[in-house]
Design a protein around this ligand. Structure first.
Ligand code: LLP
Length: 423
């Protein structure tokens, strides 16, 4: 038994008229009719507000982590709002450059950057490359000997900090594939070598302890570790990475970007750091700005066991419940203020029992086949980690603002599914 969906889990610019939800002034049931389902509906002004909050808090050193959600419109939006863009692959770099974001505004990540990716970055003039391994240092030197570079780099260190999050997305502890380990001395060796190398200019140090982290104390610990490590070198930039968590379900709370920044800046102040403090939030910028709309197709009641509510998407548009056991809420955007006395399991249309979107979702008693059902807080790592498993078409994405819904990613078509087949 649950009450209505808590409003704080809905996008900032949500309003309810006669029980019906509007986002950015757009009635979401009408959006479902116009654009079809599943549909990602973003509150554009909320994304802009979060970008501004980040830029205000960190200044000109904060990057949007595009892995959380990227399309041409999103790259342009983050750039327009003054953020750098963190790209972790050649693909993300391509989308950002193709959107018109200047290469100098990009930060290239990756634990296994290919020669092609590094060449692409150096030729385009990417502003910062975050070096992750000794093999990458070798590769940058080889490319330099062939006339490319010097590269402007940050060195990614692994500070030995436990982030208190899901194991799959924790990266700050020693046993990780990412970065140069501080405790073994590898990090100090890497920085010294990079400083001496004509193939690169070392701008600073970077660390990313993990994702969906709620505890500011973990970031403070990481910031202290970075500052203490970097103290022996004279560098201009220190990056704390991303990872600030968001609330997905009732009862969770997460610190806002401004408090996260304050906690980190405080360490810098206490330690007398003059270097620029940088960060790269993804989830905290986009997660809460979107909901996903689905249409209910079947309802299977198993008395005494459970009720399965099947919708027209699933693990292909939100693999997070399957991957991390992540929890989500569910509600009917046509009855936002309704009590939700019924507990159901919301599943997708894929050929797997694991294809669960919401294990325990609360819905009104009168839920019917054909209803539009929504999951809030789906703006990060849903669309971007989506697939077309079972040849299910990837959903469309709309940005809503001032009563206008802008289609920014069209729905995949059956023709798209055979685009790459050569015979
Ligand atoms: N910087 C680096 C180097 C990262 O690896 C990441 C995320 C970020 C920034 C942004 O982190 P955020 O602020 O979004 O937490 N698929 C997982 C999250 C994986 C995050 C990977 N790296 C999920 O759905 O929870």
């Amino acid at each position: 038994m649950a009450g209505p969906i808590p409003r704080y889990l809905l996008p900032d610019n949500s309003s309810v008229t006669d029980g019906r939800l509007s986002i950015g002034g757009c009635d979401v049931l009408e959006l479902a009719e116009e654009f079809g389902t599943p549909l990602f509906v973003y509150d554009e002004d909320q994304i802009r507000a979060r970008c501004r909050e980040a830029v205000e808090a960190f200044g000109d050193g904060v990057a949007y982590a595009t892995k959380s959600f990227l399309c041409t419109a999103m790259a342009r939006l983050a750039h327009e709002e003054g953020m750098l863009l963190d790209v972790a692959t050649g693909g993300e770099m391509f989308v950002a450059l193709n959107a018109g974001v200047p290469a100098a505004r990009l930060v290239l990540h990756g634990n296994n950057k290919s020669e092609i990716e590094l060449r692409m970055a150096l030729e385009a003039g990417v502003g910062r490359i975050v070096v992750d391994s000794f093999d990458e240092l070798d590769l940058l030197e080889t490319l330099h000997s062939r006339g490319l570079g010097p590269a402007s780099v940050l060195i990614r260190i692994t500070p030995g900090v436990e982030a208190h999050t899901h194991d799959y997305i924790a990266t700050g502890h020693d046993d990780t594939k990412f970065g140069f380990t501080v405790s073994t001395g590898a990090a100090a060796t890497a920085v010294a070598r990079a400083i001496d190398s004509p193939a690169m200019t070392v701008l600073g140090i970077h660390a990313h302890i993990g994702s969906q982290v709620f505890r500011l104390a973990s970031f403070v610990e990481a910031a202290r570790a970075i500052v203490s490590f970097a103290g022996r070198f004279d560098l201009n930039e220190l990056s704390i990475g991303g990872g600030l968590g968001v609330a997905y379900v009732e009862g969770e709370t997460a610190p806002p970007i401004s408090e996260w920044a304050e906690a980190i800046q405080q360490v810098a102040t206490e330690e007398g750091v003059t270097a620029r403090i940088m960060a790269e939030p993804g989830r905290a910028i986009v997660a809460g700005a979107a909901i996903t709309l689905y249409r209910v197709g079947t309802i299977k009641v198993l008395p005494g066991i459970r009720t399965y509510v099947a919708v027209d998407g699933g693990m292909s548009d939100n693999p997070r419940p399957v991957l991390y056991g992540s929890g989500y809420e569910t509600f009917l955007p046509g009855a936002v203020d309704a009590e939700r006395p019924q507990t159901v399991t919301v599943v997708g249309k894929h050929c797997e029992s694991g294809d669960v979107l919401v294990r325990d979702g609360f819905v009104p008693d009168d839920l019917r086949v054909g209803d539009i059902l929504a999951t809030p807080v789906t703006g990060a790592y849903g669309h971007s980690m989506g697939s077309n498993y079972n040849k299910v078409l990837r959903p469309a994405v709309v940005f809503c603002k001032d009563g206008v819904a802008r289609l920014v990613v069209r729905r995949e078509t059956y023709e798209d599914l055979i685009r790459l087949d050569v015979e």
